[in-house]
Design a protein around this ligand. Structure first.
Ligand code: BGC
Length: 744
């Protein structure tokens, strides 16, 4: 540590203000496909030239969006040779759910409720990224999302802080390995600090207003957990939080993150967000914007062009930016470079990169992750698993069923479509020679190509609905369904309909997919519905009329193979919903952990025109087993505020197949110095039980599980009270007990 510090201090003393500002600047380096229209305001031809000259002049500290190993070496050489002090650049990228081997999207991985699977998945992503020369990922996204209209719900772990914290920790460990700089690992950057998921109306980038209680109890815990797990970086959010643009908030980046949680890494702004301090009507000009961000504790600015931090020398000169703050930021950035071994080994071995990317073990990890993420929402009459022996024909219907690009989900760029398995291909391979598998799209997935932020990377564009013979294809799909023994219908959103800048005002299945589904169900052939999504969609009709519904999310490179494994019962689905699934968009936001208020039993006083319960509750998911819970006990019925109780329960698989269950523990404080949610998740464990097997699962509930931030005293408290405990397979679990907490 001491040697790192002296190496860094030595460099800082030699640096000019412009060189310091350069170390604090991160540039996108875009090479768009020929003829592509940039979705952001920049000159696509000039931008790479400008960045290269910044590298040569030693005024660029980091680049993002380069993933080709040869390009990384070339650009690194420009920096090291050009820069007077020989300081290498740090390469960052959005390695969100895989680089070449694509894992299920993050919300899906959260649905596995399996930290080990998540950690293993992100360690594969890190291994691939590091091999090509990437040092740092802008992940995990740990924003709590309680409004599914917000497209970025897909990037996080859903609505719950406890699950969110567990998933955040698993991801940081997966990316970073044992410690920062470990071999085959990269820096993790939890984002977007803070509150981004609370965007008004679910509209991306819109303002967020959250009470202190919501911030400390709900939105902050996954960040705090990620910091405690050693995350080396944190990214700011885009929007105003309670009237202050997040990237200009000293409270967030200095008081909370560093002073309260002891964060030692560096902070990066979200894209162009320091410049946006002017757009927000907060900073007067770019000099002021740069000063406010750096003084707040935002170490590095991410920019496409014309960074505000290029004005830091002027801001220092006039005294609006603190020299101490700038030096502290430079120190943090250089420390990260030293720790990542950049000074000793700035270049990468391109042959080794090819070898690592081709490792078949990575595909296996992705397949298991996809199996474990799927959530079985309905299975009437035991339609699933399919009877492989008795089937002669399967019709696979829907516009997403054979789409290799969509099955990968958003936020991926370096995938390999040749090694991607679509649902149709997965079913064909598993069903074997004797079974006929036919496919028809039926309808186009989009009726209109909307201007997605990601269209500029030409290869992400959806098929244009024009030219799709709608009536003929629709009829062909229905005919195939009529003639088959079973139909698998795949519906959902085209992958760019969800994600950044892809919020919706409706949760309906896009286009004519519901109509197609209704026509297929109308043939009378049994239907299994696979849903490809990253947010809850309006499934009220299918939830009544389609016997089997399996949510496979966007399951990644091996998604089609994993879907077939699940459909044919080679493995049982065992995932659980990481969010409350509303019936209709009019119910959102809807969370299970709301507080108990006036006339809680009178649900019709909530909405008179719609039920006030969700379609599927938080934590819900079926399997091919059947689980019963019994003998719920608390070993210590009375404890004092600092004490811990051990809750134990016996879980039995009374079904006739091996299956997984996620045992969930929910807690409610009956009275105290503030009112607390009706239930809150405070423990869980995913277990595998053979047919007929019983297991006793123990879950501790300690002071951390009962501690909360209290608006009355503006501090953390642990109340003495009576606590109800429920344990079961989802957030409506009925089996309950209680314990009492008395004063110390
Ligand atoms: C997103 C970030 C992302 C960054 C770099 C921004 O628009 O909000 O999550 O890491 O772009 O791609």
């Amino acid at each position: 540590m001491e040697t790192i510090q002296s190496q860094v201090d030595e460099l800082i003393t030699q640096m000019t203000p412009a060189e310091k500002a350069g170390q604090l600047t991160q540039y996108f380096y875009f090479r768009l496909p020929a003829g592509a229209e940039p979705a952001l305001d920049f000159d696509a031809e000039e931008q790479p030239r400008m960045v290269e000259s910044a590298l040569r002049e030693g005024v660029a500290g980091s680049l993002l969006f380069v993933t080709d190993p040869a390009e990384i070496n070339r650009l690194q050489r420009l920096a090291v040779d050009g820069n007077r002090l020989g300081i290498p650049v740090l390469f960052g990228f959005d390695v969100i759910h895989g680089l070449r081997t694509i894992l299920p999207v993050p919300i899906a991985m959260a649905a596995s409720w399996d930290p080990q699977t998540i950690e293993r998945g992100q360690s594969v992503a890190a291994r691939e990224a590091r091999a090509v020369g990437i040092h740092w990922t802008f992940a995990p996204m740990v924003d709590i999302a309680r409004d599914p209209r917000w497209g970025r719900i897909i990037e996080g772990a859903g609505e719950d802080p406890y699950l969110g914290a567990a998933v955040a920790v698993a991801q940081v460990r997966g990316f970073q390995g044992g410690e920062l700089g470990a071999p085959e690992s990269i820096i993790a950057g939890p984002k977007h600090f803070a509150g981004y998921g609370g965007a008004l109306g679910g509209r991306d980038y819109d303002e967020v207003n959250l009470s202190d209680s919501e911030l400390w109890n709900v939105y902050f815990p996954p960040f705090k957990a990620a910091v405690e797990a050693g995350a080396g970086n944190v990214m700011t959010a885009y929007m105003d939080l309670n009237g202050i643009p997040a990237a200009g908030s000293r409270w967030l980046f200095t008081e909370v993150l560093r002073d309260t949680w002891g964060f030692k890494g560096f902070v990066v702004s979200d894209a162009n967000v320091v410049r946006s301090l002017v757009t927000h009507g907060f900073a007067a000009d770019l000099i002021d914007a740069a000063a406010r961000a750096v003084n707040a504790g935002v170490d590095m600015e991410m920019a496409v062009a014309d960074p505000a931090y290029a004005h830091l020398p002027e801001a220092l000169e006039s005294g609006v930016a603190s020299e101490q703050a700038v030096d502290a930021s430079v120190r943090r950035v250089l420390e990260a470079k030293v720790r990542m071994g950049l000074f000793e080994a700035p270049y990468i071995d391109e042959d080794l990169a090819r070898e690592v990317l081709a490792d078949p073990a990575h595909r296996e990890v992705a397949r298991v992750a996809a199996q474990r993420s799927a959530v079985l929402l309905r299975n009437e009459g035991g339609l699933l698993p399919l009877d492989g022996g008795g089937l002669r024909s399967i019709a696979v219907i829907g516009p997403l069923a054979d789409s290799k690009r969509d099955i990968l989900g958003p936020w991926v760029f370096d995938y390999d479509l040749d090694e991607t398995v679509s649902v149709v291909e997965g079913i064909r391979a598993r069903a074997g020679e004797g079974v006929r598998v036919d496919h028809a799209r039926g309808v186009p997935v989009v009726q209109r190509v909307f201007p997605s932020l990601f269209n500029m990377f030409g290869w992400n564009k959806p098929e244009d609905p024009e030219g799709f013979e709608q009536e003929a294809e629709f009829q062909q799909a229905v005919d195939l369904a009529r003639g088959a023994d079973v139909v698998v219908v795949v519906v959902g959103e085209w992958q760019n309909m969800i994600g950044e800048a892809a919020s919706r005002s409706s949760l309906e299945l896009p286009g004519r997919q519901r109509e197609l589904l209704q026509a297929v169900v109308g043939t009378g052939t049994p239907v299994v519905l696979l849903v490809m999504n990253g947010r809850p969609l309006d499934l009220r009709w299918p939830a009544e009329h389609v016997p089997a519904i399996l949510d496979i999310w966007y399951p990644g490179t091996q998604g089609g193979a994993a879907a077939a494994d699940l459909l044919f019962g080679d493995v049982s689905p065992g995932g659980k919903l990481p969010f409350t699934w509303p019936r209709t968009v009019g119910q959102v936001p809807m969370v299970y952990a709301h507080t108990r208020s006036h006339e809680p039993e009178n649900q019709e006083r909530r909405y008179w025109d719609e039920d006030s319960t969700p379609l599927f509750p938080f934590g819900y998911g079926l399997s091919y087993g059947r689980f019963e819970y019994a003998n719920l006990t608390v070993e210590q019925p009375v404890i004092t505020t600092g004490g811990t109780v051990t809750v134990s329960v016996e879980v039995t698989n009374t079904g006739d197949r091996e299956a997984d269950e996620v045992v969930q523990l929910y807690l409610h404080q009956r009275f105290g110095s503030a009112s607390r949610p009706v239930r809150e998740l405070k423990g869980f464990r995913r277990v595998t039980l053979a047919a007929g097997e019983s297991r006793v699962v123990e879950l501790p509930v300690g002071p951390n599980e009962r501690r909360y931030w209290n608006a009355a005293v503006r501090d953390w408290v642990i109340d003495s009270s009576i606590f109800d405990v429920w344990v079961g397979g989802d957030s409506t679990a009925q089996l309950s007990t209680r314990f009492e907490v008395t004063k110390e």
